[in-house]
Design a protein around this ligand. Structure first.
Ligand code: ADP
Ligand code: ZN
Length: 644
């Protein structure tokens, strides 16, 4: 409020002023340069020589070697003939202005002709040579570059400071906060209804809403109100959405900005932006400040300070901490921040009295995904074939943003096919596209390669089908996408602790691809690289991290306090290193042999599956059931985590 008043008193400076003054200058220029000479009548050289031979001409001026100004003699001016000359005009009465003017063409010719006329009539017309300068024009032309530069500079400055809350054109606005304000006018329309799932997180923030609506209830009992909440979770899980919903529910102004908005190349700008942000928020209190990606400024101080460039960020962070400490419990400003890297944040930020509430926003599970789908399917015209349960099962590991993206992409795909409504297949195509990138229709792949891929994927599918602890299969495809030629997708169970049998079964299934190539073609290929990488990591973890190997024993070489694994020296002897290596390869070899024996036993079914895959390219669980019969170990409703 105060800000606005102050600005109105200052002269408003805008582009129109610049344009206006330029136009004015040109007008002036025109008036001055024309002087009086414009007011004289024009004539032709032949007429001039006619006058000259009559003796009417007193003197002439040759201007800029181009034009002649003719001054008549006193008597001639009174002649009827010359009535139309400029003698009658006001300016020429003083006879300072020429009566006629004309351009003569070639100077030499003109001079020759003039001297001839002079000789013939025995007279001597006075000739002056003049160089007339257009002073004003010259000045303007020499100043033009400066005018242009200044105009551009003013324009840029106005642009730069335009983010500062819509203020006028002063460069001083660079220290103003760039927060976007959503308030009563631009109502935040998001409510908790728009946030699907996230029950726990919603409950936590509900209290913040209550407080903002009714602070007395809490302060009357002497309670202190939280000053900040930190939302932690992977990108796209709905942190921004949740913060907006809090503002929408509490019906308070909502200042939204990103951590990187504080950072600028000028020293001290970040800190002053923080100050300004809090000042604005206090003026509008009760209000919410939302800082997205707070790790941009909230990174632990003092670490990796090789260059001086961190000082600016530290100043900004310090200012933020000071402001959060500074406002009392009755200021009614709550700061909500979001990050996906809580581990790098400065400990001081998490201290009680600052972001003392940490709310985890996880990737949605199958139930939550269904709810998110329902939210985003609402605006779509969908055909009855669309089954939300099926879709949520097809999208393990998807975040809320991914699901929103799937729904949008499906609508686009359906529109491209000129459909009246969005069908099941459009959703499946959208899922595939988001997971694997664009389908590579024209990727050159030979028949042999395709066959190898089909058997490889069928191998994974067969082995995992036969193993109790392997994750249940969702779908197998040999459509090349992105960098992969084919893929088998599973729904892994959500487990908090993992038993060795489960790890071994998973490794066996991962080796099923290569095993199938070996069993069928008796040849192996490079296609199993990512499988091998996964298996090797898992085996190493069993031995060195989880203490699941008998030979190495119940110890771990994992050090939670040390980020980079071993540093320079290994924490075990050469002998142990040898044992570890041997154990790792023994584990993997054993699972490989197991996969091979499973596939040899089920060779007929494996071939059948691979052939179906070759013709259909994509197969689902149902197709596998047709070949293998019902899977004996399947539980009713598997829960799941992320998978690839
Ligand atoms: P983050 O801030 O965690 O990166 P956003 O809040 O910006 O993620 O989420 C991006 C989009 O994803 C939202 O605008 C919304 O459309 C969708 N979305 C994410 N989570 C949910 C959810 N739980 N319910 C409904 N939509 C969601
Ligand atoms: Zn594989």
């Amino acid at each position: 409020m105060k800000n606005q008043k102050k600005q109105q008193k200052q002269p408003q400076f805008n582009q129109y002023w610049i344009f206006g003054s330029i136009v004015l200058v040109f007008l002036l220029l025109n008036i001055f340069s024309s002087g009086g000479s414009q007011s004289s009548a024009t004539t032709t050289p032949s007429k001039f020589f006619e006058y000259a031979s009559k003796g009417d001409v007193e003197r002439i001026e040759i201007v800029n070697k181009r034009e002649v100004f003719v001054y008549l003699s006193r008597d001639a001016r009174l002649k009827d003939e010359h009535r139309n000359s400029s003698k009658n005009s006001l300016l020429s009465i003083a006879s300072k202005n020429p009566n006629y003017r004309f351009e003569f063409g070639d100077l030499q010719n003109f001079e020759n002709k003039l001297s001839k006329v002079n000789d013939e009539n025995n007279q001597n017309i006075e000739v002056n040579y003049i160089t007339e300068q257009n002073i004003w024009g010259d000045i303007i032309i020499s100043m033009l570059p400066f005018i242009v530069i200044i105009a551009i500079w003013i324009f840029i400055m106005r642009r730069m400071s335009a983010g500062g809350g819509g203020a006028g054109g002063q460069i001083f606005n660079i220290g103003k906060s760039k927060a976007k304000l959503f308030d009563a006018n631009s109502q935040v329309k998001v409510t908790f209804k728009d946030v699907a799932g996230l029950e726990g997180a919603k409950e936590e923030v509900q209290e913040i809403v209550d407080f903002l609506k009714n602070p007395k209830k809490y302060t009357a009992l002497g309670g202190k109100i939280p000053k900040g909440a930190l939302l932690i979770g992977s990108p796209g899980t709905g942190k921004t959405l949740l913060a907006k919903a809090v503002a929408g529910e509490a019906k308070v102004p909502f200042f939204s900005l990103s951590g990187s908005d504080f950072v600028e190349m000028f020293v001290g700008v970040g800190a002053s932006r923080v100050r300004d942000l809090f000042k604005q928020a206090k003026e509008k209190s009760p209000s919410i400040i939302f800082i997205d990606e707070i790790d941009a400024i909230g990174r632990a101080r003092g670490k990796s300070n090789f260059t001086g460039s961190n000082d600016e960020r530290e100043n900004t962070l310090n200012q933020l901490l000071t402001e959060m400490d500074g406002f009392g419990t009755n200021t009614n400003v709550i700061v909500i921040a979001a990050t996906n890297r809580a581990d790098v944040l400065d400990k001081a930020l998490m201290r009680a009295g600052r972001f003392d509430r940490q709310i985890y926003v996880d990737l949605p599970d199958v139930r939550e995904r269904k709810k998110i789908f329902e939210v985003h399917l609402r605006p779509l015209k969908k055909s009855p074939s669309v089954d939300v349960d099926f879709l949520s099962k097809q999208t393990p590991g998807f975040s809320g943003a991914d699901i929103a993206n799937v729904c949008n992409e499906a609508a686009l795909i359906a529109a491209r096919k000129n459909k009246k409504s969005v069908g099941k297949q459009d959703f499946l195509d959208a899922v595939d596209r988001i997971v694997g990138g664009l389908e590579k229709k024209n990727k050159i792949i030979t028949e042999d390669e395709k066959k190898a891929v089909a058997y490889h994927e069928a191998g994974h599918a067969t082995v995992s089908w036969m193993l109790e602890h392997a994750a249940p299969l969702v779908k197998v495809t040999i459509v090349p996408r992105g960098r992969s030629l084919g893929a088998a997708w599973y729904l892994p169970e959500e487990r908090l602790i993992v038993r060795p049998e489960q790890m071994l079964d998973e490794m066996c299934a991962a080796l099923g691809g290569r095993a199938a190539e070996k069993v069928i073609f008796n040849k192996i290929s490079t296609g199993a690289l990512s499988d091998l990488e996964k298996v090797t990591k898992q085996a190493r973890a069993m031995v060195t991290v989880y203490g699941l190997n008998d030979k190495v024993g119940n110890l771990t070489y994992y050090d939670s306090s040390n980020g980079n694994e071993y540093g320079f020296t290994k924490p075990y002897s050469e002998q142990t290193a040898e044992t570890i290596d041997k154990e790792i390869s023994a584990i993997i070899e054993k699972q490989y042999q197991r996969a091979i024996s499973i596939l040899k036993k089920n060779k007929k079914k494996l071939i059948e599956l691979a052939e179906v895959l070759l013709t259909k390219e994509v197969i689902f669980k149902d197709n596998l059931e047709e070949i293998f019969g019902k899977r004996p170990f399947d539980k009713e409703e598997p829960k799941e985590t992320k998978s690839k």
